[in-house]
Design a protein around this ligand. Structure first.
Ligand code: ADP
Length: 464
């Protein structure tokens, strides 16, 4: 009648030490009413239920006190015989074993769930096979990556679903991992679906576990890169060849072309000298034009030689004080600066690691242009500044000259590109092409900002 009495439920162990203490130590506890002190909870509980003697046998699960089975005698104070106690203990210990087994089973299920959760949540494809290639596990990602649902492979021979001959490498590696019980890593292409995989194999208790990733995109990128490298090689070869041609051309230009040119000039001079009196004004004008043409042609040849020389000669790098270079240029140009009433100024300048000659030529060309491209009555102002970044030195050469139209901003760096007629401003159109070449040899870039009629600023960088 007391089975469902709430007063008797959840009594804290410490209130009934007579009952609990021996059991915590692993012993049974057998006590009669007359042995229990007055006023204790144990006594009250026994009296209340009319219990004369109780026997409590602990249930020990995995070494811990898990609970107990209690037997009450309400007819009189008794002593259970050893035989009786042993029988009851057997029953209790069977109960403990059943509980333990159940706990282990629950634990195993929990671990299995956890394992499955992990195997399903990893981004990789995963499957497990036993020693005979019978598939034991196949995760969702594997279904997607291999276009094969679980139903088709689980508990089946792996090579029923996949053609062993088309997956030669995988087959060999899996077999090796199974036989030698070692982890392996490899890449394989599975032709039927046209995908590349990065595969990791680990030996397990009775087979292997396989993790794999789709690396098709990476592989394709690698292939592309290889192709690009190849065509780059071809281009580099082509470039080397055309450089060589240019060198040859420069040589021809310097010797073979200059010689006939000298001849033209000298005969023109003779013509002018000897036939001065016979020639009319028109004739003299023609001779002047022809001489001027020859002179310009000579300049073009010299500039071209200059251009072809950049990068071949004089490229040894050392510490170069830009301040010093600018001073030099100012001294060299003092005549034209004075004539035009120009002002050339600069701020703080660094010492850089570069090829001295070419760097001086670079500044010289830019400053030259900045002084040259002005309206006649205009006083040129040229300002040179520098900044430093983590990887480069940056410079700017700013003028207040005629400026450059937006559409020519790129073109003017090409060789022989000029925006003006020789009568307007002299030149051959090689200066900026030389600048560009020098900058490229120094791992930098050159560009400009300009507003027509207001001036231009040329910017360039050189790698530290
Ligand atoms: P060149 O001065 O011998 O013509 P460059 O290569 O130095 O050759 O310059 C190419 C063209 O770019 C010039 O003909 C000129 O039209 C334009 N240019 C260069 N620098 C400037 C500048 N600072 N202001 C305006 N135009 C310029």
């Amino acid at each position: 009648p007391q089975l469902n009495n709430p007063d008797l439920e959840e009594i804290p162990f410490k209130e009934v030490p007579e009952l609990v203490d021996p059991m915590i130590k692993g012993h049974q506890s057998m006590t009669s009413l007359s042995e229990v002190d007055e006023g204790t909870t144990t006594r009250y509980v026994m009296e209340d239920q009319d219990i004369k003697t109780f026997l409590a046998i602990p249930v020990i699960v995995q070494g811990d006190f898990y609970g107990f089975v209690g037997f009450d005698n309400c007819t009189g104070e008794v002593r259970w015989s050893e035989e009786e106690v042993r029988t009851l203990k057997t029953i209790t210990s069977n109960l403990a074993i059943a509980i333990e087994r159940n706990q282990i089973e629950n634990e195993r299920k929990k671990l299995l769930n956890e394992k499955n959760r992990i195997l399903e949540s990893i981004g990789d494809g995963f499957f497990a096979v036993d020693n005979n290639f019978i598939v034991e596990y196949w995760n969702n990602q594997a279904e997607e990556l291999l276009f094969t649902p679980k139903e088709k492979v689980l508990n089946q021979y792996l090579w029923n679903a996949f053609d062993k001959n088309l997956a030669q490498k995988s087959y060999q590696q899996y077999s090796k991992a199974l036989k030698e019980r070692i982890p392996l890593k490899f890449e394989d292409y599975y032709k039927p679906i046209g995908r590349w995989f990065d595969v990791n194999v680990y030996p397990s208790q009775n087979g292997i576990s396989v993790f794999f990733k789709d690396i098709t995109e990476r592989k394709q990128a690698e292939e592309k890169l290889k192709e690009l490298n190849q065509s780059l090689k071809v281009q580099a070869k082509e470039l080397a060849r055309s450089n060589e041609e240019l060198k040859q051309f420069a040589l021809v230009a310097s010797h073979d072309l200059q010689e006939p040119l000298r001849m033209i000039t000298s005969f023109l001079a003779q013509l002018e000298r000897k036939y001065k009196d016979v020639l009319d004004e028109k004739g003299k004008k023609y001779i002047y034009f022809a001489t001027d043409g020859a002179r310009r042609m000579r300049q073009i040849i010299l500039d071209l030689l200059d251009f072809s020389r950049v990068g071949r000669v004089d490229m040894e790098k050392s510490e170069v004080d830009i301040y010093e270079i600018l001073e030099n240029i100012q001294t060299l140009h003092h005549k034209i600066i004075d004539e035009k009433g120009a002002r050339v100024t600069w701020g703080k300048m660094p010492v850089v690691f570069a090829a001295r000659g070419p760097l001086q030529q670079l500044f010289q060309n830019l400053i030259n242009n900045a002084l040259k491209y002005h309206e006649n009555d205009h006083q040129p102002e040229v300002k040179i500044s520098s900044i430093e970044t983590e990887t480069h030195w940056g410079f700017s050469v700013k003028d207040n000259g005629i400026g450059i139209k937006e559409e020519y901003k790129e073109k003017i760096f090409n060789i022989f590109q000029r925006l003006h007629h020789k009568d307007e401003y002299s030149g051959t159109g090689v200066g900026l092409a030389i600048c560009k070449k020098i900058i490229e040899m120094h791992g930098g870039e050159i560009w400009l900002e300009s507003e027509e009629g207001k001036g231009s600023t040329f910017y360039f960088t050189i790698a530290k």
